[in-house]
Design a protein around this ligand. Structure first.
Ligand SMILES: *[C@@H]1O[C@H](CO)[C@@H](O)[C@H](O)[C@H]1NC(C)=O
Ligand SMILES: *[C@@H]1O[C@H](CO)[C@@H](O)[C@H](O)[C@H]1NC(C)=O
Length: 203
């Protein structure tokens, strides 16, 4: 019985390793079929305040049916090469499971054949760097099958800069950190007080 369960477990794990769970997808194998544009009020943007408007659609020069497997579009904010230098944690890897180029989600929506526009307020945790926007088309298994980006293949055109919140709203952020620390301490105090009360009641 146990041996059978173990065997079944092995088969499951193996099946998982061999295809769906750990399929390795290389960026270089993806076709660039999406046309992506990003518009923003100026080239230097402020995290937590400024907005980016992203538009994407299928490049009509590809034959009909190119997009038949596309189920979802995932749009991300990605580091430009200049902001990856000497930063292993932002490094580009051809294997998408290791790639750290695109770390911020802008939007994820079901794929439609028509052009789609989405407005995104840059999130407060986005660090100061130079960026571009990339969209991936995902299939039913949530795996990348195609892409598009608002820059050229070498990632040199249409880049924009984001200035992080640090330095602009420092006092506010310090206040919120202090407040969080205070709540944790208060909660712990409450917990121990209750525990002591419980202990006394038992005696
Ligand atoms: C659409 O795809 C064709 C063929 O790959 C390419 O030459 C063209 O530049 C693309 N158009 C846009 C707007 O990206
Ligand atoms: C979608 O966008 C592309 C590129 O910006 C444009 O050439 C095309 O006409 C648009 N299609 C529609 C249906 O708006």
């Amino acid at each position: 019985m146990a041996a059978r369960a173990l065997l079944l477990g092995f088969i499951l794990v193996f099946a998982c390793f061999s295809d769906t769970c750990f399929a390795i997808i290389y960026f270089s194998s993806l076709q660039r079929t999406l046309v992506v544009t990003a518009s923003h009020p100026q080239r230097l943007l402020k995290a937590g305040e400024d907005k980016i408007t992203v538009t994407w659609g299928l490049n009509q020069s590809f034959p009909a049916g190119t997009d038949s497997a596309y189920k979802t579009i995932k749009v991300q904010l990605c580091y430009a090469p200049i902001s990856q230098v000497d930063r292993a944690w932002r490094k580009t890897h051809d294997s998408l499971s290791k790639d750290k180029t695109c770390q911020f989600k802008i939007v994820k929506t079901p794929y439609t054949t028509t052009n789609h526009t989405s407005e995104w307020t840059i999130e407060r945790d986005v660090p100061t760097a130079t960026y571009f926007v990339r969209a991936y088309a995902l299939d039913a298994q949530d795996q990348q099958v195609a892409y598009g980006q608002n820059t050229d293949a070498k990632k040199t055109t249409n880049l924009f800069e984001i200035q992080a919140i640090t330095g602009r709203h420092v006092s506010l952020d310090i206040a919120s950190v202090c407040f969080s620390a205070f709540s944790v301490v208060a909660l712990m105090g409450f917990f121990f007080a209750e525990k002591r009360k419980g202990g006394k009641a038992q005696q």
